[in-house]
Design a protein around this ligand. Structure first.
Ligand code: DGJ
Length: 724
């Protein structure tokens, strides 16, 4: 609900759990009076906040020294730039005379139910019954530049979505040096900041440190959200735990360069800005044009980390992912990559399919190597036609059909190898200065210049021709390098600061066209594993390949940490051939994601097949209700010790799956774990002891894992089912 007290100039957005309160001060500066837990009568309390002196000015017309303005808080919605506020404005637009002063003041606002989609970027969904929006119109004090600031609060979860749109109503172009999506000021900085740095095969490590005085940045400038940092970040009050304390999470519906910046001033107040990284960014906005920033998403929890996680999970499933079958059962997937890499032919693929079916496969995916001259990673990217000498895809697809399983294929649409037909015909299709002495290669490949429509159209036409001939059920959309040369020969000098963003718009354009035209194909995102695991990609792809590392020694933390911000249904998880852990251990971990395989299935023994089939059956039975659409609880964090425990509970609380990993086989004599999220009144049988207890018993007394010499194994799966 949005309420406006015109007399006090206070706007309150509230969903009964939390509220966001904005005061339009007499100078038209939007002050944030409060963000947090809702309480009865809060508006009256907040209206009584004392007025502070906002400083002194010399009036250049009268020569008088007067108060600058009154202010109640120093928590603003949009700081100015180039004036007294030095904390960092979200938007900076220099003037023609070189001054960078940018100062937006309130003109009007309106409130409505629902949320409007962005015209140029993937964005959150929400009908009249889902959320409330307040939309402010502000004007730059000295120019005809108008800023629309949208702030939406969801009713079914503590999620805020916000962004800016800047309209140039002057008669000349302006240059946006910075165009971030949000500012959030908090009255104190007593938080720890948690972020997820990483690298290939070790995505989303966990790092926690107190919010530092001065500036701290979590960012990417690689042209993708990246392995190096993820756009998901959260603040937790110092003593917050999984189920207690204040936690505020942030994410961005965007897949390219981002910057999350905190600044703590001398009063220990916390100032946050978040949005497109302003490094190498400059957008030329012509007269009459509008620039939209990506939407930032904030999850608020007064009940610990899981309150934030669950809010994000719910938002992503209900209000972001567009794939129309997302809520349905996702088939057990077999991916050919780690089993055979580029070395396959029609017969070997068919023998893979036959053995993959024995372990429960329902969707067979032929990964890299089926097109052009792609017999190794130096060749063929950009040539999206079947290598008919190597593989007969019609025969393979007919075989899948006959066996009653689906078929999927791999693409890497944004890339080209220098050795390819596409590059030979169009050397100007790659970014970089035309007279550059060298271009950087990553994995022997170049990026395509997706800022150019003709390039995107070329790949679209090729993919479309393929899909017309081969009606696949699934596409894995890979992306195996970063952008280095962010220069396009197709744009003038004063538009080179737009290239990173325009390349991202090209990605969204292509995947948007294809997902709209083929709404039944499931697209899975990928970027050398999980290098583009973000909300922009999830809008189109209901799941993302999480990491090229599938062995639990790393994977436990990768999956656990990813699940802090993203639902399990989005986490592609496969059992592979790595010899470090047993198939069973790997399979149980993969159950806490969308389950699949990635191995040579021809070498499995009968007992290994049996073991994997059993886990696949558990997946079939419980994935959709307990994992996919269930509620996740984090019980023990691998970031704090050797043990990891997660529990997912079906929405109707009739079933629950618990995973406990003791990867280093710690010899704990007593290990009792209290569960969460069960119905206290219901009786549940657990697959571990075979006994029946009430929900209260499991949540208060817990499950005792000490009795069976837990240290001798390193993984336990417990299934709880309601006993009528
Ligand atoms: C990187 C991906 O992460 C792998 O799963 C695989 O698809 C390869 N690319 C193929 O080149």
């Amino acid at each position: 609900m949005v309420s406006y007290n015109a007399e006090k100039r206070i706007i309150t957005l509230s969903n009964g759990n939390i509220s966001y309160v904005i005061y339009i001060n007499p100078n038209g500066v939007l002050e944030q009076l409060y963000f947090g837990k809702y309480w009865e009568g809060q508006e009256a309390d907040l209206a009584a906040l004392p007025v502070r002196d906002g400083g002194e000015i010399l009036d250049m017309q009268t020569g008088e020294m007067t108060h600058r303005h009154e202010t109640r808080t120093l928590c603003y919605e949009i700081s100015s730039h180039g004036l007294w506020d030095k904390r960092g404005a979200p938007i900076v637009i220099p003037k023609e005379n070189g001054s960078t002063v940018t100062d937006f003041r309130y003109l009007s606002h309106k409130a409505y139910k629902g949320i409007h989609p962005l015209a140029t970027l993937p964005s959150a969904k929400g009908g009249e019954e889902d959320c409330d929006t307040v939309e402010f119109l502000l004007k730059e004090t000295s120019r005809e530049l108008y800023l629309t600031y949208c702030l939406t609060l969801y009713r079914d979860s503590n999620i805020l979505v916000r962004h800016f749109a800047l309209e140039n109503k002057t008669s000349a172009p302006v240059f946006l040096d910075r165009a971030m999506s949000m500012q959030l000021d908090l009255p104190s900085s007593h938080y720890d900041i948690v972020h997820f740095p990483g690298r290939w095969a070790q995505e989303r490590d966990y790092e926690e440190n107190p919010v530092l005085d001065g500036v701290q940045e979590i960012s990417s400038n690689y042209g993708r959200s990246g392995h190096e940092e993820n756009p998901f970040v959260y603040l937790k009050e110092h003593k917050a735990t999984n189920d207690r304390g204040e936690v505020i999470g942030f994410n961005l519906i965007y897949s390219s360069n981002f910057k999350f910046r905190t600044f703590v001033n001398r009063d220990r107040q916390l100032h946050i800005t978040y949005g497109i990284n302003d490094e190498d960014f400059c957008w030329k906005l012509e007269a009459g044009e509008t620039f939209e920033t990506p939407q930032a998403v904030i999850a608020y929890s007064a009940e610990g980390i899981d309150g934030m996680s669950q809010a994000f999970h719910h938002f992503i499933r209900e209000h972001l992912i567009t794939y129309r079958h997302d809520k349905e059962y996702k088939p057990v997937l077999f991916n050919s990559w780690e089993g055979c890499y580029f070395n396959f032919n029609t017969e070997s693929v068919i023998s893979y399919i036959d053995d993959a079916i024995k372990i429960g496969t329902e969707l067979f995916v032929l990964d890299d190597g089926w097109f052009g001259a792609r017999n190794n990673d130096r060749l063929g990217l950009g040539d999206w036609y079947v290598n008919r000498q190597k593989v007969d895809l019609h025969k393979i697809m007919a075989h899948c059909k006959e066996k009653g399983i689906k078929f999927g294929i791999w693409f890497e649409p944004e890339m080209v190898n220098p050795v390819s037909d596409l590059y030979a015909a169009h050397p100007d299709y790659v970014p970089g200065e035309p007279d550059a002495a060298e271009l950087s290669l990553h994995r022997h490949q170049l990026h395509l210049d997706f800022s150019v429509k003709e390039v995107v159209d070329n790949i679209y036409a090729q993919m479309k021709a393929f899909l017309q001939e081969y009606p696949v059920s699934y596409i894995k959309w890979d992306y195996n390098r970063v952008v280095n040369e962010h220069f396009s020969r197709h744009y003038p000098a004063d538009r080179q600061g737009e290239i990173y963003h325009r390349m991202m718009l090209g990605y969204y354009d292509l995947i948007g066209r294809l997902t709209r035209e083929y709404p039944d194909i499931m697209f899975e995102g990928c970027s050398s594993g999980g290098g583009r695991f973000d909300l922009g990609t999830l809008y189109f792809c209901p799941q993302i390949w999480t990491s090229d590392e599938s062995d639990p020694s790393q994977r436990i933390a990768i999956q656990y940490n990813t699940s802090l911000g993203y639902p399990l249904s989005t986490i592609g998880a496969h059992v592979n051939d790595s010899k470090v852990s047993s198939y069973k251990t790997k399979a149980i971990l993969a159950l806490f994601g969308t389950y699949g395989y990635e191995m040579n299935p021809n070498i499995l023994t009968a007992s290994e097949q049996e073991e994997l089939r059993e886990i696949a059956e558990i997946y079939c039975k419980y994935h959709q209700s307990v994992i996919g659409n269930g509620t996740l609880y984090h019980l023990l964090s691998p970031n704090e010790g050797n043990l990891m425990c997660m529990q997912s509970v079906s929405k109707d609380q009739t079933a629950s799956l618990v995973i406990l990993m003791n990867y280093r086989k710690e010899h704990a004599q007593f290990r009792v774990i209290r569960l969460r999220g069960l119905d206290p009144e219901k009786q549940y049988k657990n697959s571990y002891t075979g006994t029946v207890h009430s929900g209260t018993f499991y949540m208060e007394r817990g499950i005792d894992f000490s009795s069976d010499g837990f240290a001798s194994i390193n993984c336990r799966l417990v299934i709880l089912t309601e006993e009528a």
